[in-house]
Design a protein around this ligand. Structure first.
Ligand SMILES: Cc1ncc(COP(=O)(O)O)c(C=O)c1O
Length: 413
């Protein structure tokens, strides 16, 4: 979207708000599909952004769901249950029993522990159903099962009447920019699947792998994504494993479709330092990898005046401000009563005025849910979807949060 289109939108919407552009989302998924080998399937990690689910579900093969809340959202939206991966480190036995006994089964379940395995197994026995299952291999933390436990399960249940153990799920972290690390992980998985075959005569039918593909958020990031994806694709193509490979992605799919709009509501110069106070803040936007507001995300400035005064220009997206005359360092601070509420320190800009709007780019994944939304009982931002014909549709109004911080009064609960 160009600045004219953004300014048009600003006439309709009150800041702060998030905008998620469905055309960009589609372009992004197509880009990833083109960049990865043809046989690779895509699974979207719902936690990255639940507002774009309707726009995304027909373009991906699976939806990874990690909590009852995420499940509720997917069901409420009527998304196809056969695409659901019922995942997550805490699975409530009652809910699992209910899901498994339902008429229309779900796509697939994951087991992250022996306890979860038993819960799923006994629910399947009770419902007299055979359910598809992935065993999550741990990467050395509280998630998943270790190799010995996985082999144990396979040895005892590979021919189960109630479980179709389809293979392994593996996810070891996000924003992984080391191709060597991805190669190490895929080599390890390849060898492990081969070992299981040799020891137990079990052939996995699928591998669900979360590579944690990185997103470039900051102006000084130097990341050649095309080359990275080419290397990643080569590694995938060279694997001995010949079953289905699902790539679980959140950030890399969703980040680029999002923009966060926040307006300058006050400006001041304290002891020669410029401060701009905005109507949003750190409770509404979190960038992974930001460090004490030192890094400069890609930000556009939409000036309040239609025509910027001579010599003043908007800051173009994806390019640092030239260090020429009139450029000053600005601290962009939010609307919370804490000195920590600084979104960006020393952002080089040509002047900033009350009413100017800052547009933070690449905020489509996690940014809006990882903040401390309830602090100071400020409103949650509006969420606007830009549909394929570029029509802005509000899918969540500004939402008051004070009720969540308010004790029930006597007699009301
Ligand atoms: C199991 C699992 N898969 C996939 C993802 C998505 O990761 P990313 O957003 O880095 O692609 C996550 C994120 O936490 C996850 O826990």
């Amino acid at each position: 979207m160009n600045d004219m289109q953004l300014k048009k939108l600003l006439r309709l919407k009150r800041t702060p708000f998030y905008l998620f552009d469905l055309s960009e989302l589609e372009r992004r998924i197509q880009f990833l599909r083109n960049a990865l080998p043809g046989h690779i399937k895509l699974c979207y990690a719902v936690k990255a952004n639940t507002f774009i689910l309707e726009g995304i579900s027909k373009f991906v093969d699976r939806l990874e769901i990690c909590s009852p809340g995420e499940l509720q959202i997917c069901r409420q939206l009527g998304l196809p249950a056969e695409k659901f991966v019922i995942s997550g480190v805490y699975k409530e036995p009652e809910l699992m029993g209910k899901l498994i006994s339902e008429e229309n089964g779900f796509g697939i379940y994951t087991a992250e522990s022996r306890t979860q395995f038993e819960i799923l197994h006994s629910a399947a026995v009770q419902a007299k159903k055979k359910i598809p299952l992935l065993l999550r291999l741990t990467s050395g933390n509280q998630f998943g099962l270790d190799k010995t436990e996985i082999e144990n399960i396979i040895a005892n249940y590979k021919n189960s009447d109630f479980l179709d153990i389809r293979g392994i799920q593996y996810f070891s972290g996000t924003q992984k920019s080391s191709i060597k690390r991805l190669k190490r992980e895929l080599d390890m998985l390849d060898s492990f699947l081969q070992e299981i075959y040799e020891t137990h005569g079990y052939t996995a039918k699928e591998l669900e792998f979360g590579p944690g593909l990185p997103v470039s958020y900051f102006q000084r990031d130097s990341f050649d994504e095309k080359a990275f994806l080419q290397d990643f694709s080569d590694i995938l193509s060279q694997m001995s494993f010949s079953g289905d490979i699902n790539i679980e992605l959140g950030r890399s799919i969703a980040a680029s479709c999002g923009k966060y709009f926040t307006q300058v509501v006050d400006v001041k110069c304290n002891n020669s330092e410029n401060f701009a106070i905005v109507d949003g803040g750190m409770h509404q936007i979190t960038y992974y990898g930001q460090s004490m507001a030192m890094k400069h995300p890609y930000i556009r400035v939409l000036r309040q005046q239609e025509e910027p005064p001579a010599g003043l220009q908007d800051v173009p997206c994806n390019s640092p401000v030239p260090e020429d005359e009139g450029v000053e360092a600005w601290n962009i601070c939010g609307a919370l009563c804490t000195i920590n509420d600084i979104l960006v320190k020393k952002l080089p800009l040509k002047e900033l005025n009350i009413g100017d709007v800052l547009v933070f780019e690449n905020t489509g994944a996690y940014c809006m849910t990882e903040g401390i939304s309830l602090f100071l009982s400020r409103d949650l931002p509006e969420i606007v979807l830009l549909d394929r014909s570029a029509v802005p549709i509000t899918v969540r109004e500004h939402m008051e949060t004070y009720a969540l911080n308010c004790p029930y009064s006597k007699g009301e609960n």
